[in-house]
Write a protein that binds this ligand. Sequence first.
Ligand code: GLP
Length: 257
Amino acid sequence: MEVIICSTDGEVGEKAAATVANKVRQAQASGRKAVIGVATGSSPLSTYTALQQLIDRGELDLSQAYAFALDEYVGLPAGHPESYCEVIRKTVTEPLNMIPAQVNVPNGNAEKLDQAGADYEKAIAAAGGVDIQILGIGSNGHIGFNEPISSLSSRTRVVKLTEQTRQDNARFFDSLDDVPGYALTQGLGTILDARACVLVAQGAGKAAAVKALVEGPVSAMCPASVLQWHENATIVVDEAAAANLELADYYRAQASH
Ligand code: GLP
């Protein structure tokens, strides 16, 4: 695991985008269309902005790439502004100039959600697997919507959201009652299958989760800690999110080499 500590959100975005661009170029250099895993939430927004700048400068091309979102709420009507389908369209597909038909989001309105989960796994595999997975982290350590005690080898499936997650996400809705209770999410096993992962976290509200992710035991109580098993995981945080890290100076020293 590599930990990069940044002084501003803009720098978090630039470092994470550089990691993404690197993996995309590697895929393209080997003659494949790149496959990026994309996340919702506020954390990756600066990464998307930085990716857009790389595209504008002609240093990155995602126009032929595939994307797979991590998750989707169950039961939000199509076109709902907070459905992840809409959020990904606005924050990823359009600004990064991607082909809409090549950007995939799990179908949280499928009649058979188990089947939709299995189909999503097949679609990822058919595209050649994810080259680089972008991740945020919930204040309780979730990635995607893999809440505490998710199996460390789970696949795409329906998950009941914790009250903490519903409260954290209530800011995007008119009221807490409007936040769905369930989501369809890639599993931790699905995420581990990506060739590389980059997780971004900003702010003091993420400090405990980042501490558990980087320095805690691998535990289903902090689902993000499963990234300790990944051989190519980069964690990009700001100073506030890094505040609880015991070995912060060591990570800084490593990053400067
Ligand atoms: C949501 C998403 C996660 C995201 C997390 C953090 O619940 N399912 O993918 O990482 O919240 O969100 P934010 O970045 O807004 O703090």
